[in-house]
Design a protein around this ligand. Structure first.
Ligand code: ZN
Length: 366
């Protein structure tokens, strides 16, 4: 049912590029018929990300982020394009609708590559900074990078339930990234520093994406699995905030299935009767599962390995883990009819690694 991720808004023109192992240059996917499935998968994920942003809860979340940014900028005298200098956009709500429409019609280039976490946003320095909200040009403002391996996994898995969780995970992550474009839009700043008042308890400093997620989803969704396995989407668990001991609840499987099928309802629903669980408890449970696993492998005689299970003990993975060049993703796109050359890369948002010791193995800290 949700295997086909049709784009409900018609064929939005997207420019999707890919750069895989051993390749030196980005290539435009649309020109390679064998890779079109990757682009279609990205389109479906993007469609659900927009459904999140356009939902009433999503727009309210953007409004809260915008108000926080405007207030924070006033305090620090930082640049801000709201209130709009031209006065042609009168309210935050109008500004949000204009943002969503402009993002839809002129979406930034998408790069499937290796990146930190599921997705990241790379901003471009603008030769002429936007002077008004009406100047906003998403394709010129930056680019969206998406983890090639994850999109590849989505095209390979034959497990519907796993596929649905991938859709859920990637749509949440992409929507999060689009809120960073929103921050650039509201401030008109190529290097906007999110004010500390726009954040989530347990996060050090400002983070517009997290603040938007919490407001929109009713919590912070993380994907947990027994081990850090890039082939598995993990189990979605929604936490109240990012404090270590805050309770979390497993997200309803029915909810995830409907979401993947295009029925995006907010807030996100935990499964009925789900018992609260904290991150330390999840970590402890994971250790027990690992110990049992290792014990079974050695039949009580062989010493438990520390480096992870041997591949012969695992279920056959649906895809191979790809390795990347060291300089992978560090260069700009160099092939295809790219709308605007990658100029100065001023900042990369990825958040990964700043969430404390848990992030060393947690699959998603976005
Ligand atoms: Zn972020």
């Amino acid at each position: 049912m949700s295997r086909r991720l049709a784009n409900r808004n018609g064929d939005r023109e997207l420019h999707v590029y890919v750069r895989r192992e051993g390749e030196r240059q980005y290539e435009r996917i649309e020109e390679q018929p064998d890779l079109v499935l990757l682009a279609n998968t990205v389109r479906g994920v993007l469609d659900r990300a927009f459904l999140l942003l356009e939902d009433r809860n999503g727009r309210n979340g953007l409004e809260a982020v915008a108000n926080g940014i405007v207030t924070g900028r006033r305090i620090t005298n930082g640049p801000c394009l709201f209130p709009d200098p031209t006065r042609r956009i009168q309210s935050i709500r109008e500004a949000i609708l204009y943002f969503l429409r402009t993002m839809q019609s002129n979406f930034p280039d998408i790069y499937l590559t290796r990146t930190d976490g599921e997705a990241s946003t790379v901003r471009r320095g603008l030769d002429e900074p936007f002077q008004s909200l009406l100047d906003f040009n998403p394709a010129a403002a930056g680019e969206l990078r998406i983890q090639y391996q994850y999109i590849h996994n989505m095209t390979q898995t034959r497990n519907n339930e796993e596929y649905d969780r991938w859709v859920f995970r990637m749509a949440l992550s992409v929507a999060h990234e689009l809120t960073h474009f929103f921050t650039g839009y509201i401030t008109g700043d190529a290097r906007p520093i999110t004010p500390p008042n726009v954040s989530v308890p347990g996060w050090p400093g400002g983070e517009a994406g997290r603040a938007w997620e919490r407001q929109t989803f009713g919590g912070i969704v993380e994907f947990w699995s027994e081990r850090r396995d890039p082939l598995q989407p993990g189990e979605p668990i929604i936490f109240e905030n990012l404090r270590n001991n805050t309770p979390g609840y497993r997200v309803s499987r029915t909810y995830v299935e409907r979401f993947a099928g295009g029925d995006v309802q907010l807030p996100i629903q935990p499964s009925g009767g789900a018992r609260p669980i904290t991150r330390p408890q999840l970590e402890a449970a994971r250790r027990i599962e690992m110990n049992e696993f290792y014990g079974a492998r050695g039949n009580g005689r062989a010493p438990a390995p520390r480096t992870g299970p041997s591949s012969s003990q695992r279920r056959a993975p649906p895809t191979q883990i790809l390795r990347f060049d060291d300089d992978y993703g560090s260069g700009g796109p160099s092939s295809g009819r790219h709308r605007a050359p990658l100029r100065q890369v001023s900042v990369v948002y990825h958040d990964q690694g700043s969430g404390g010791p848990l992030s060393s193995w947690k699959q998603s800290s976005h």
